[in-house]
Structure formats: structure tokens, C-alpha cells
Design a protein around this ligand. Structure first.
Ligand SMILES: *[C@@H]1O[C@H](CO)[C@@H](O)[C@H](O)[C@H]1NC(C)=O
Ligand SMILES: *[C@@H]1O[C@H](CO)[C@@H](O)[C@H](O)[C@H]1NC(C)=O
Ligand SMILES: *[C@@H]1O[C@H](CO)[C@@H](O)[C@H](O)[C@H]1NC(C)=O
Ligand SMILES: *[C@@H]1O[C@H](CO)[C@@H](O)[C@H](O)[C@H]1NC(C)=O
Length: 719
């Protein structure tokens, strides 16, 4: 997908209207070649000490960003500001708290995913952030994984599309995007000591895949992860950094360590690490693996000076590529210290985009008797559950959102942000209904008698619950980052059961980081199940847009929801050696291969209308395959369909039955039909075999449908 500069500039100008905001800024990135020429010319003038300063962070909380490099004076190169995270700016105000990565993925909307990256980049630029520490493309390998919600789900193709569009959006604003966490960092337990082992094929086809797409998109930076890979730390791993990332993928940017994931002076430098973050060995230790240790190692001949030059050139090249030499703003963040910076408001009207993505990402899982959208003659609505209301201690009362109080709109950890405000579901619904509707509410999830009483008298009862997770350094209710179970939190299941027992028009709304078990799903009074994910600050408004039919739901699940816990094949490993025994069978590929019926499959989501698929045509050769299909909106209301293309490889390839290789979201007015086209590149047709990508010979199946299990048309093609 390409975006011309003129389109971007117009879009950006339209967003900026208020005078207190930073100036519009859309950047036409330099090519790597041009950026390298400038970077080499600059770094050639530097002493070894200066180069070392560029590649070493000043230490945790020494300055105002979560990561900062040393400034160089002659020749001039500024101190760079690195700031979390994948969904917006951490430790900040006057910024936007939008939807999480997993929720953006659920939109399956390339345009909105790009716009999300773009507004985040615009905010980072406005605050003087050189590197935004996102997107996260960690594969949701296990539904228990604490940080799965920061990335884009269980499928590498979806991760690759969403990751590269997000990176492009961020970089369109002159901010360097950082793909993370490289690599095989798929659980929180023992994350700084464990060693992950995946076979080379799974490593390439599942885990490296999204990084390869981000490299193609021109991403400036990557972050290596805490864990080890086959024994060596990810930040001193010659195979994954030098050989794969910089070799096979041809990555030209820099790779930085995750915060304190750096464990050596020489080994890391020789393996290809380019920047030590935050620079100190342990936070606030005042010591560093690099800094003067790096200088000494070069002087001792343990590291060629060329390697340090290369680190600096890569950093300067990313900086030039994003044109940060052209008047980039000084950082005005105050993460750790007041710096008397002027208040810089960068949130502008990004709330509109957040509300739009939030609504476009709502997955409708069940809708019997067309109970949704809610019709206008309801006179009494009951809203039930603490997840519909506010955190009574204050929306930002728990550091890095490390608690589960009130409505869940983001997970916890360094990938979270402070809320400027949070529209609760209760507020969003109340704002949408007129005065004639009586709305009653209880946020007490444990007083089942009162809940039943309240639900019984209403025309419709909407019951809310949630399931949270986050990063390992905060434990919430016994969950050390990773989830200790897949059930709803608190008294969720009992609450839902009680409401359904009392009201025959029960609607369930779940805010969750990932899959949950739904023992009540077949209750005849549960007419609808609505799945808004982690919607951010506009939560209640996005939800109301869908509940009342202003927006026809079009979100799709970016992961598989199983009927029972045992149906998942990957748990959190308690061992320090983590073997990725499932190989290629991650997520729906496991369910398909084993013939296990999920409760709701990958790619699933309902609409208020219906769509018909016809006339699939496929054509192509080993370099490119094209598929077209016609889709008609056969229902009464306008709406968007997410057409999904899955590829079935020739049997000899030994792949899982179906792999996502294309999706297009198409908006159709009622009765209208449109042709949708998919293009599969050579990469999309390839598997990793004996050290290279090959297109296996044989008969390919092309499946097009509304989910991974709702295939509407298929065709075969011999390549
Ligand atoms: C900026 O953030 C501060 C701190 O949260 C707040 O007091 C102020 O009102 C915000 N400014 C604007 C213009 O929203
Ligand atoms: C150099 O590295 C060693 C670990 O090998 C560490 O103990 C020491 O503090 C470092 N020196 C400096 C100046 O940070
Ligand atoms: C699962 O974990 C959540 C969060 O810690 C907890 O509220 C819930 O009671 C647990 N469920 C079970 C069945 O133990
Ligand atoms: C890994 O986690 C397990 C389970 O909590 C624990 O028993 C073990 O000590 C951990 N290993 C290390 C090296 O921390």
C-alpha cells in the first residue's frame, strides 16, 4: 500500500485546527542510501568517545524520556529521546490514550490502522520524541501471554500488515518507529532468564515474518528482547541479529536493547547490537556495559572500531531518514523530572480517530432475534457491572494501569499510557439515550440479589465484565503479567449468569486482553455478546455507536476463542527452556489441523447485515497470484465486510491447512456489490526450507470467506 505525500499533508492539515497545537508535520522519508551518505559523512568526523556516547544511554530516569542518548557537540548530534510505547506516549499528558494493538488488529482495517500510527507519530513528534517504542509484533502464541494485547494477535500475516502500516504511519510524521520485541519473547514468566527454542522454519514463518514486513516498509529501529534464544540472550545473539535481521532481511536501521536486556560489552557488540538502553547495567546503577567499557574494549582490540562506527552510522541514518536533522522539536516530556517545559498539547482531535477505530474494532459474537442494534422503544435499560463504570480511585490511580478497577480500556505495564479522560460504557450509553429512557446501574459485582432485582425490571439488561493482563513487573490479583487463568475476573461468570437468569433480553459486553471462557454462552436469555477489546479513552462512545446502530459492527477476532482451556496447545512454560514444540501450529492453525471446533474462530465477527460472495477468480504464477471475488450486501443496512483470503499449500509443503494471506475491509451500502481483489506476492506463496524461501511446486487452494472457518468460495491453482 502506498500513500502519496499530498494525501498525507491534506489529512494532517485537516486534523490541525486549534492554534495551541504543534504545527502540522508530514515527512517525506529519505531513502536509506541517501540517509547513509549523510550519516557516514557525519560519523566520519567523530572520535571514538563521541561514537560511544551516541550508542550508550545515559541511564534510567537520568533525564525526561525513558531512554536518552548522550549529546555530541562537535560535530553536532543531539541527545535522542526514546519513549514508550506501542499505543501512545507513556508518562505524558495532553496526549491520546487510544485503542491497544490487539484492538486495532480487530478492526482488520488497513486505513484505520495506518491513521492510528499517523496520529501517534504526530503526538510523538509534537512532544519531541525521536523514537516511539512500538509497534509490538509479539505473536499471541498463548492466550495466557501477559503482553499479547500490545501486538496484533496470533497470525503473522496480520501482524506483518498491521506492524508495517503502524510503522509507516508513525514515520510519516518524522518519528522513528521501533519494532519489538525481537524475538521469541512470548511470555512474561522468567522472561529475563528463559531460553526460547523454535525450529528455523517456525522462527522464520511465524516470528520473523512481521519483522521482515516492517523492514520492507522502511522501519528505522528494532528492539531486542529480554529472553535468550537457543541459549544466547536476544541482545547478543549473532544468529537472530547479524544473520537473520541484518543479513537475510537486510535491515539497515539500528537495534536497541530492551531496558536492561543488555548483558555484555563485547559479545553484544559483535552480535550486532547498536544501542544500549537505558544505558545502565541495572536501573540507576551508574554502571554500563558500554560507555567507557566499550571504548576500552575497542582499545584492547576486542571489538573493531568499525563495528562502533557502524552502530553510530545506523543511528544517524535512521535520524536522517526521518529528517530529524530539520528542526526536530526538543523533548518536552516530564516522565521523571519537571523540566519547566511549556505545556504542549498534541492530542488535538485524535479522539475522533480513537472513537472511530474503537467502534470499527467491536466484534459482535452473538446477536439473536436481532436484539442489536437496540431499538428506540426501550423504556428501561439496566447497566450492570463494575466494568461499565469508572475506577472510583481515579482513572490513573494505579501506576502503569496496574489494577483492574472500573472499566477495562487498556492492559498494564510499560505498554500502557495515562488517560487524559476515560468515557465509561455507562457514560457513553447514557449520553446516547434520550430522557424518556430510565437507566439504572449497579457496579457491585458481588451483590447478586440486588443485581437480579435490578435486571428483572428492565426491558434490556447489559452486563459487563473483563479480563486483564500486563507486564511482569506488576502483579495484579496474583497475575504476574501473564494470566493465571482464562476466566473472567472478579465475579464475572456469576454476575452474567444472575443477570441472564433474571432478564430475557440480556446483552453481555466483555472487555478483555484476549480470549476468555464463556460457560454461559448458550444461556437462552443471552441474546447478544459484544466484544470491544481494549478501546482506550473513547470506550463508552465507541460502544454506544455500535449498540445503537450508528455504526454497523465490522470487527473480527485476531485470535481464536476456544470452548475449553484444554483446546489451546500452548501454556506458559514454567521451565527455563521454552520449547516451541507446536512449530507452525499457532492459534487457528492448531485448531484446524487437530479438527478442534473453537467457540469463535479467528477472523469471526457478525454484522447487522449479511454479505454474499460470488465469482471467485484466481490466476497467477510462482511470482504472483491474483484473486478477485464479488461481495454483495444482501441485508437492509449499510455495512463493512472483512473478506479474508486463506492459502492452502500443496500437501508436500507440510503446512497447516489454511494460512491467512490477504484481507480487505469493504464498505457496502445495502444492496450494493463490489469486486474485491487480493494480490499474493512471491513471499506470500513461500515456505522456509533448508535455509531459504521457496515456492513449493503443486496444487494450491485459495479460500475466500468471512472468517477462518466460514469459507464462501474456493479455487485451486497449480504452481
Ligand atoms: C494538559 O494536561 C494538564 C495535566 O493533565 C491539564 O491540567 C491541562 O488542562 C491540559 N491542557 C489542555 C489544553 O488540555
Ligand atoms: C564495566 O563493566 C563491568 C562488568 O563487566 C561493570 O562491573 C563495570 O561497572 C563497568 N564499568 C563502568 C564504568 O560502568
Ligand atoms: C482467574 O483469575 C482472575 C484474576 O486473578 C480471578 O479474579 C478469578 O477468580 C480466577 N478464576 C478462577 C476460576 O480461579
Ligand atoms: C521460572 O519460573 C518458575 C515458576 O515460577 C520458578 O519456579 C523458577 O524459579 C523460575 N526460574 C528462574 C530462573 O527464575
Amino acid at each position: 500500500m502506498r500513500f502519496s505525500l499530498s494525501t498525507l499533508s491534506l489529512a494532517t492539515l485537516a486534523i490541525f485546527s486549534s492554534p495551541i497545537n504543534a504545527a502540522p508535520h508530514a515527512v517525506d522519508e529519505l531513502s536509506w542510501d541517501k540517509a547513509y551518505t549523510k550519516a557516514r559523512a557525519l560519523v566520519d568526523q567523530m572520535t571514538l568517545d563521541q561514537k560511544v556516547g551516541m550508542v550508550t544511554g545515559v541511564g534510567w530516569s537520568a533525564k525526561n524520556c525513558v531512554g536518552n542518548t548522550y549529546p555530541i557537540h562537535d560535530p553536532y548530534f543531539p541527545s535522542l529521546c526514546l519513549q514508550d510505547g506501542p499505543l501512545g506516549i507513556r508518562f505524558s499528558d495532553n496526549t491520546t490514550a487510544g485503542v491497544a494493538g490487539i484492538t486495532a488488529a480487530a478492526s482488520f482495517d488497513k486505513d484505520l490502522i495506518y491513521k492510528r500510527g499517523q496520529y501517534m507519530g504526530e503526538e510523538s513528534y509534537g512532544k519531541g520524541v525521536n523514537f516511539q517504542l512500538g509497534p509490538s509484533v509479539d505473536i499471541y502464541r498463548s492466550p495466557y501471554a501477559g503482553r499479547g494485547w500490545e501486538g496484533f494477535g496470533e497470525d503473522p500475516y496480520l501482524q506483518g500488515v498491521a506492524g508495517s502500516l503502524t510503522a509507516k504511519g508513525i514515520q510519516s510524521q518524522g518519528v522513528i518507529a521501533t519494532g519489538k520485541h525481537y524475538i521469541l519473547n512470548n511470555q512474561e514468566l522468567n522472561r529475563t532468564s528463559s531460553s526460547s527454542h523454535a525450529d528455523e522454519r517456525a522462527l522464520h514463518e511465524i516470528y520473523v515474518w512481521p519483522y521482515a514486513r516492517m523492514v520492507e516498509a522502511g522501519i528505522g529501529s528494532m528492539m531486542c528482547s529480554y529472553n535468550r534464544v537457543d541459549g544466547d540472550y536476544a541482545c547478543e545473539n549473532d544468529h537472530t541479529i547479524n544473520q537473520i535481521l541484518k543479513g537475510e532481511l537486510g535491515f539497515k536501521g539500528l537495534i536497541m536493547s530492551d531496558w536492561s536486556a543488555h548483558h555484555s560489552t563485547v559479545k553484544s557488540a559483535l552480535a550486532g547490537l547498536d544501542m544500549s538502553m537505558p544505558g545502565d547495567i541495572t536501573f540507576e546503577s551508574g554502571t554500563s556495559w558500554w560507555g567507557s567499557n566499550l571504548t576500552q574494549a575497542v582499545k584492547d582490540g576486542q571489538i573493531p572500531e568499525d563495528r562502533v562506527t557502524d552502530m553510530s552510522v545506523r543511528i544517524a541514518a535512521a535520524w536522517y531518514k526521518m529528517r530529524q536533522d530539520e528542526g526536530f522539536p526538543k523533548s518536552t516530556l516530564e516522565s521523571f523530572h519537571r523540566n519547566e517545559a511549556p505545556e504542549v498539547v498534541v492530542s488535538d482531535d485524535h479522539a475522533k480517530i480513537v472513537r472511530e477505530i474503537g467502534a470499527a474494532s467491536v466484534v459482535l459474537l452473538k446477536n439473536e432475534d436481532n436484539i442489536l442494534p437496540l431499538n428506540q422503544d426501550i423504556s428501561h435499560l439496566a447497566i450492570i457491572g463494575s466494568d461499565a463504570g469508572p475506577n472510583l480511585d481515579g482513572m490513573n490511580s494505579c501506576p502503569d494501569r496496574g489494577c483492574d478497577k472500573g472499566t477495562l480500556a487498556v492492559g498494564w505495564g510499560s505498554g500502557s499510557v495515562d488517560f487524559p479522560y476515560l468515557v465509561t460504557p455507562k457514560e457513553g450509553i447514557e449520553a446516547r439515550v434520550d430522557d424518556s429512557v430510565e437507566v439504572s446501574y449497579t457496579g457491585d459485582d458481588y451483590d447478586i440479589d440486588a443485581v437480579s432485582e435490578l435486571a428483572k425490571d428492565a426491558d434490556v439488561a447489559i452486563v459487563f465484565s473483563n479480563a486483564d493482563s500486563g507486564e511482569q513487573y506488576i502483579t495484579v490479583d496474583g497475575n504476574e503479567g501473564d494470566r493465571r487463568n482464562l476466566t473472567l475476573w472478579g465475579n464475572g461468570d456469576n454476575l452474567i449468569q444472575a443477570v441472564a437468569d433474571s432478564n430475557e433480553n440480556t446483552i453481555v459486553v466483555i472487555h478483555a486482553v484476549g480470549p476468555v471462557l464463556m460457560p454461559w454462552i448458550d444461556h437462552p436469555n443471552i441474546k447478544a455478546v459484544v466484544w470491544p477489546g481494549l478501546p482506550g479513552q473513547e470506550s463508552g462512545n465507541s460502544l454506544a455507536d455500535v449498540l445503537f446502530g450508528d455504526v454497523n459492527p465490522s470487527g473480527r477476532l485476531p485470535y481464536s476463542i476456544a470452548k475449553k482451556e484444554e483446546d489451546y496447545n500452548v501454556r506458559i512454560s514454567p521451565d527455563d527452556e521454552i520449547n516451541y514444540l507446536e512449530g507452525l501450529h499457532v492459534g487457528y492453525k492448531h485448531f484446524d489441523a487437530q479438527g478442534i471446533e473453537p467457540l469463535f474462530e479467528f477472523g469471526f465477527g457478525l454484522s447487522y447485515t449479511t454479505f454474499e460472495y460470488s465469482n471467485l477468480k484466481v490466476d497467477g504464477d510462482k511470482d504472483r497470484v491474483t484473486a478477485t471475488i464479488s461481495i454483495r450486501n444482501t441485508g437492509e443496512v449499510d455495512g463493512a465486510e472483512v473478506a479474508q483470503l486463506y492459502l492452502g499449500f500443496p500437501e508436500s509443503a507440510n503446512e497447516p491447512p489454511k494460512l491467512l494471506r490477504g484481507f480487505e475491509k469493504v464498505f457496502l451500502k445495502a444492496g450494493k456489490q463490489e469486486k474485491v481483489q487480493f494480490e499474493l506476492s512471491k513471499t506470500d506463496l513461500s515456505i522456509w526450507q533448508e535455509g531459504e524461501w521457496i515456492v513449493p511446486q503443486g496444487e494450491y487452494k485459495i479460500y475466500v470467506g468471512a472468517s477462518s472457518r466460514d469459507i464462501r468460495q474456493s479455487a485451486t491453482l497449480s504452481l
